[in-house]
Ligand binder design. Structure first.
Ligand code: FAD
Length: 268
């Protein structure tokens, strides 16, 4: 087996080397994310966190999120470091309420890791049945090509797919939207969606990713997660194209969409 070099003159040399390993891939397939590796890059982002603004804006695509996940995932920044800095950045009177949301999200990461440690077989198997009125056999095993190629019937979904493939990152809400579209609008098994995410995410993590997918799917929650255009427009505009005309399948009230997506009934 050929021994690969481990050190490079600079980032460009590393990129050129990796591209040369797969000469048949198109430029789109070897797109390089702007995210820089290493502890220094992670530290710089960590120093930028604003946990109070995070608490107010986290659900918005343009919110004050940290972009720390690849560094946390690969062990360059620890959850403790992030929590301790958040505590320092909290209100001077010591009230932890405004920074609670940030710390809760760090805790979610820890929680998923512990669930994984104790139940390794939950990562690829349905933990429970779907609560969508369908059985697992009703869901396709593989991801349709139009999803892989960002050519679906929803402009916002195409935008999320392209972002995932070119940056290796998606905002949490965008992950929820895309996962829900794959599983509930297209009735594809969550495992196929999870594999697709893991192939592209720089923070790709079997515990956070697959257990979140199971939560969206309803195999690890009481009901399926889905959304409508109004919700998308509230949280994803102006980053994603959210107009009604190019996102028709997402239009409608929650009641109308539930009838369409789960015609055999969605348990309360
Ligand atoms: C379908 C789906 C797939 C996901 N796949 C992954 C994955 O592969 N790897 C991964 O690290 N996270 C995953 N998440 C969780 C979350 O979306 C990302 O951690 C977060 O969006 C990363 O962006 P950030 O660093 O800017 O997060 P911030 O919002 O700034 O949060 C700070 C840190 O808290 C942790 N965190 C935040 N939200 C969550 C959450 N909901 N669950 C667990 N940890 C969280 C992360 O370590 C994150 O870096 C997934 C969520 C969903 C819904």
């Amino acid at each position: 087996m050929e021994v690969q070099p481990k050190t490079f003159a600079d980032r460009d040399a590393l990129i050129a080397h990796v591209r040369a390993l797969s000469p048949s891939l198109s430029p789109e397939e070897t797109f390089v994310s702007d995210t820089k590796g290493g502890r220094d890059a992670g530290q710089a982002l960590l120093q930028n966190i604003d946990p109070i603004a995070y608490g107010r804006s986290r659900d918005y695509l343009g919110g004050a999120v940290s972009y720390l996940s690849p560094y946390i995932r690969h062990g360059l920044i620890t959850l403790n470091e992030a929590r301790n800095l958040a505590l320092e950045r909290g209100p001077e009177d010591g009230d932890a309420k405004p920074i609670e949301k940030f710390i809760q999200e760090l805790a979610w990461r820890d929680f998923w890791q512990r669930v994984y440690q104790q139940n390794p077989d939950w990562i690829w198997h349905d933990i429970e049945d779907y609560k969508t009125g369908f059985t697992a056999e009703d869901y396709a095993d593989t991801l349709p090509d139009d999803i892989r190629q960002a050519q679906t019937d929803c402009a916002a979904i195409n935008y999320f797919i392209t972002s995932l493939q070119t940056t290796g990152y998606l905002h949490n809400h965008a992950r929820m939207y895309l996962a829900a579209y794959i599983v509930h609008w297209r009735r594809v098994k969550w495992q196929a969606g999870a594999r697709f995410f893991l192939a592209h995410l720089l923070d790709g993590d079997p515990a956070s990713n697959n257990l979140s997918f199971q939560w969206v799917a309803s195999t690890f929650s009481n009901k399926p997660y889905f959304f409508n255009l109004e919700n998308l427009q509230k949280y994803a505009h102006p980053q994603a194209p959210c107009d009604a005309a190019s996102n028709q399948p997402l239009s409608g009230s929650y009641e109308a969409l539930a009838e369409k997506l789960f015609p055999y009934g969605e348990p309360a």
